[in-house]
Design a binder for this molecule. Structure first.
Ligand code: G3H
Ligand code: 13P
Ligand code: ZN
Length: 339
């Protein structure tokens, strides 16, 4: 099965009332972990690569690994998505490479740190929508800024400083025609999201619900959605790591989000924790080992377990078969005709 457009997957998810996890990758083992989890749970898949991942893998390695994934798992509809594109040029280079979806994160300026003006965000997002839709490629945009900083990308802070304004979100989608919208409702990137166990009030669900009421047809995206499970932290700390106590986004909160228009859920940190814990365990328990396969295999397995669990929790499990891929040229035609 060729790579499919994210718009198609999210339209299906909206019809079925479920969410789709978007998992970050940088290497072969992470792609394998996701594809195996998808096969086991019969899930459609969104694989995403950040700018950091693209430079780590020199782009071409990543793209060819993705092609291998579509060959080896032909029954799984798979999207290749650019995470947090910082400029129209970055997004266009991903489109040229064969990504079937891009995020233009114009909520920050091109430095990936400074919160931008509304007009700047509209301008860069519009440029990307024009280039992407002409090729059938999906566009995710962002309004409001998440907290935290990953790989030099992010506004910093706790995630409460730049919440999305629902009125502005509605205007923004009308002004840009983006397919999916990342919103800031109190989450942040990375492992250190909350300093105490979050209660039911932890995310600004009232903001999410108002955005969904105003934009019922726009697919909402939750970034910073790792749950940072204590079990995964414990493995790292047990085997020589040192993570400070921390809490992530409870899965039940994400499930409330899914009932209110969230269709794409970004998860990276949980998989990083799972892999690192598994590697630490092997190296501490069997210090005589030095074949990378001895620790990469358990790391891959640990990530697969987390991804499969999320696929079930988000509701995408069992939905792979229902998606008959629409060719990208046909998607382009549909955008052209305003469908
Ligand atoms: O949004 C951030 C993702 O976790 C990707 O992180 O930029 O370090 O690859 P990265
Ligand atoms: P986490 O750091 O919570 O996994 O968020 C990842 C993300 O939003 C990638 O864009
Ligand atoms: Zn993100």
């Amino acid at each position: 099965m060729p790579l499919v457009s994210m718009r198609q997957l999210l339209d299906e998810a909206a019809k079925g009332g479920y969410g789709v996890g978007a998992f970050n990758v940088n290497n072969m083992e992470q792609i394998q972990a996701i594809m195996e989890a998808a096969r086991e749970t019969e899930s459609p898949v969104i694989i995403q690569a950040s700018r950091g991942a693209r430079s780590y893998s020199q782009d071409r390695f990543l793209y060819h690994l993705m092609l291998a994934a579509t060959e080896l798992y032909p029954e799984i509809p798979t999207v290749l998505h650019l995470d947090h594109g910082n400029s129209p040029e970055t997004c266009k280079s991903a489109i040229d490479l064969g990504f079937t979806s891009v995020m233009m994160d114009g909520s920050l300026e091109a430095d990936g740190k400074t919160p931008s003006s509304y007009d700047y965000n509209v301008d860069v997002t519009r440029q990307v929508v024009a280039a992407a839709h002409a090729k059938g490629v999906t566009v995710e945009a962002e309004i409001g800024c998440l907290g935290g900083i990953e790989d030099g990308h992010g506004a910093g802070g706790s995630g409460m400083e730049h919440l999305t304004d629902p009125v502005q979100a509605e205007q923004f989608v009308n002004d840009t025609n983006a397919d999916a919208l990342a919103i800031a409702i109190g989450t942040s990137h990375g492992a250190y999201k909350f300093t105490r166990k979050p209660d039911g009030e932890v995310l600004k669900m009232d903001v999410l619900i108002e955005i969904h009421n105003r934009l019922p047809k726009t697919h909402l995206v939750m970034h910073g959605s790792s749950s940072v499970p204590k079990e995964l932290q414990d493995v790292i700390n047990q085997y020589g790591g040192s993570l400070k106590p921390t809490w992530g986004v409870p899965v039940e909160e994400i499930q409330i989000g899914i009932k209110n228009g969230v269709r794409k859920i970004n998860v990276d940190t949980d998989n990083r924790l799972a892999m690192t814990g598994a590697i630490r365990k092997v190296l501490m328990e069997t210090p005589e080992k030095f074949d990378p396969r001895d620790y990469m295999k358990p790391a891959r397995e640990a990530m697969k377990k987390v991804v499969a669990q999320r696929m079930v929790q988000f509701g995408q499990a069992g939905n792979a078969k229902k998606i008959i891929p629409i060719p990208m040229a046909e998607m382009a035609e549909m955008y052209k005709n305003g469908n």
